[in-house]
Design a protein around this ligand. Structure first.
Ligand code: ATP
Ligand code: MG
Length: 279
């Protein structure tokens, strides 16, 4: 069974003429813990696609839809958002809106308390996810006292503690400086390996994220135009033609390739470029 399944799914927000999602067919396999990047120009439908994965679309956002979405076999129209959220953990763009408790420890405990987990278990789980996200020293603080990067890590910890089978993040580094952004992306890579879960991320900082990406989903005008291994997509014409913030190293080698001065796969990091030039 596929963990995520979109079946000829269309969606438009109430009051909009245009479809934000246009005949989406997408299968993400079970148990194959991968790092999947969701990539597309602004307004292409990335956030809307993510909103479907815990039922926010169509249950919370009013609009018109056609087709089906299944998460872990559950129809997202018939299953409550709360139940879907035990399978997929989603961290949305602005962590501030997601943090509601008086202190970080309560924030992380919140979801577990709602699920009726015994206090001893809660405490063990909090310590484990706080350690993984390196926020042990922040447990007594109020979320509003934290920096953007710290808030982002708390938001990740509070989702991670629920042990989702898939972690989804919508532009988790949008509000962070490049140093913090890199730390968050490294953390996500660690979580993927440590917890053996699939991480799906929408992210504009391609220079930071591409080196970790196993699979890439390309979106344009509400449609998925390509979904394949990162290497394949990055070397394709669709990626080349999209207006994205591509890594400098990609742009250099792509130009060399166009001029027939380079005929191998386009590297996406300096390490890869060096390797490729030595071969
Ligand atoms: N809450 C909403 N109500 C009405 N229309 C919306 C809403 N959210 C998004 N849209 C519209 O749906 C389309 C897709 O938007 P979406 O936010 O999914 O794109 P995106 O790829 O996430 O863009 P970005 O890279 O800027 O975050 C856009 O035309 C947008 O204006
Ligand atoms: Mg978005």
């Amino acid at each position: 069974m596929n963990f995520v399944k979109f079946d000829n799914f269309y969606y438009r927000y109430k009051g909009n003429e245009e479809y934000a999602l246009n005949n989406i067919n997408l299968d993400i396999e079970d148990n194959k813990y991968k790092f999947i990047l969701l990539c597309g120009e602004t307004g292409s439908g990335k956030t809307s696609l993510i909103r479907c994965m815990n039922g926010l679309i169509p249950q919370f956002y009013a609009g018109f839809y056609k087709g089906k979405v299944f998460i872990n076999g559950n129809d997202t129209v018939e299953t409550s958002i709360a139940n879907l959220s035990t399978d997929v953990g989603i961290v949305f763009q602005n962590p501030e809106n997601q943090l509601i408790s008086m202190n970080v420890e309560n924030e992380i405990a919140f979801g577990l308390e709602n699920l009726g987990v015994p206090p001893k278990e809660i405490s063990r789980k909090i310590n484990e996810s706080a350690s993984l996200t390196e926020i042990e020293h922040l447990l007594d603080k109020a979320p509003f006292e934290l920096s953007g990067g710290e808030q982002q890590r708390v938001a990740i910890a509070s989702i991670l503690v629920l042990e989702p089978k898939m972690l989804i993040l919508d532009e988790p580094t949008a509000l962070l400086d490049p140093y913090m952004a890199k730390k968050i992306i490294n953390l996500l890579q660690e979580i993927k390996e440590d917890k053996k879960i699939t991480v799906l991320i929408s992210e504009h900082r391609l220079d930071l994220i591409l080196p970790f990406t196993d699979q890439l989903i390309l979106m344009k005008n509400g449609s998925i135009i390509e979904y394949d291994s990162c290497e394949k997509v990055v070397n394709g014409i669709k990626f080349q033609n999209l207006n994205l913030n591509k890594p400098v190293i990609y742009s250099i080698f792509s130009k060399l390739k166009k001029k027939n001065l380079f005929d191998k796969k386009i590297p996406i990091s300096i390490t890869e470029a060096i390797k490729s030039l030595r071969m």
